[in-house]
Design a binder for this molecule. Structure first.
Ligand SMILES: [Zn+2]
Ligand SMILES: [Zn+2]
Length: 338
């Protein structure tokens, strides 16, 4: 099968690697769509990342035993290789599992866990059936396109009474706009990239503020001096997390979704006096799968706006170069297209 490998700073190759085999609860999925996430950072830095990619939708092509899916079934592939037996996994919070499986030992091969590839193996219970009539492209948004901000919206019970602040309107934050608007909330975004700011407005954000132009005072002006009810940090910077904490009202809630950067909180002023709740939100609880699928089903038009580009696997370098410019929303790879 074809697999993408990073070979140096802004260098990559498509290589041939052995196809994975089904074993136990692990089934083989032929990947039709692999949404691209933050792998462009590894491409830029020349980090030989493996496995590469963690988002996919495709078709089950091989199973080793009777289980939760059948050959021919269309599925979304959830991230990670959690144990499936600990209390976190059993409660649906598998993303936080502390005992991820040793996949090299399980498969007897290094290959089969990348999604920048033509096939991937996954535990059958981490494959979500795709409803009839839903495309692979739309269904794949259950991964990082809509997933992390769906998790944050569930956690904070975002609803029509809320003004929600979203910092960082890249592929994750844009999904946050879709999730918050779906629930009827008013959305204020913060994003310096004009392409993405415009896209967020098309998706329903009321205002998108430039982080360099007195954004905190602008948020306060837009909320009668109180601050927003809820905030979702998607930019992955510590500054933005601090900004969310400052811009959220008393007794409000903040979810940190973006993955990097330290941030500091003033224990009294920001936290105790405000009675603030701050959550770490990585992904979503598997028990909420029907709700996730319903949002995707009802949001087709917005998803089509959010997914701005699609590339065959062989053009992955062009896709990464585009992502480095920031002039894109969610970008898809198609492992079987030429
Ligand atoms: Zn577990
Ligand atoms: Zn991702």
């Amino acid at each position: 099968m074809k697999v993408v490998q990073i070979t140096g700073e802004r260098e990559c190759e498509i290589v041939e690697r052995p196809e994975p085999k089904a074993v136990g609860e692990f089934v083989v999925v032929q990947i039709h769509v692999a949404p691209m996430c933050t792998e462009y950072k590894a491409y830029k830095a020349g980090k030989m990342h493996h496995p590469l990619g963690h988002e996919a939708a495709g078709e089950v092509v091989e199973v080793a035993q009777r289980g939760k899916v059948q050959v021919g079934q269309r599925v979304v592939v959830m991230p990670q290789y959690p144990c499936g037996t600990c209390p976190l996994c059993l409660s649906g919070n598998y993303i936080h599992c502390q005992n991820n499986r040793d996949m090299k030992g399980t498969l007897g091969s290094e290959w089969g866990t990348d999604t920048y590839a033509q096939f991937v193996v996954k535990q059958d219970w981490l494959l979500l059936p795709i409803p009839d009539g839903m495309s692979y492209e739309h269904a794949s948004m259950a991964c990082c396109g809509l997933g992390p901000t769906f998790g944050a919206s569930e956690l904070m019970k975002v609803c029509a009474f809320d003004t929600v602040l979203i910092t960082g309107l890249g592929p994750v934050g844009l999904g946050g706009v879709i999730n918050a608007r779906y629930r009827g909330a008013r959305v204020i975004g913060v994003e310096g990239n004009p392409y993405r700011a415009r896209l967020a407005k098309e998706l329903g954000a009321e205002e998108v503020l430039d982080p360099n132009e007195d954004a905190l005072n602008r948020v306060l002006e837009l909320t009668e001096g109180k601050g927003v009810d809820k905030a979702i940090e998607c930019s992955g910077t510590g500054e933005a997390a601090t900004f969310c904490i400052k811009a959220t009202r008393r007794k409000g809630q903040v979810s940190i979704v973006g993955g990097s950067g330290d941030f500091t909180v003033n224990g009294v002023g920001d936290f105790i006096s405000k009675g603030l709740s701050v959550h770490g939100a990585w992904h979503w609880n598997l028990a909420a799968a029907p709700r996730m699928m319903k949002i995707i089903q009802d949001s087709g038009e917005r998803i089509d706006k959010m997914v701005t580009h699609s590339f065959p696997l062989g053009k992955v370098r062009d896709a990464w170069e585009l992502q480095l410019t920031g002039r894109c929303g969610k970008v898809l790879l198609r492992p079987w297209e030429r």
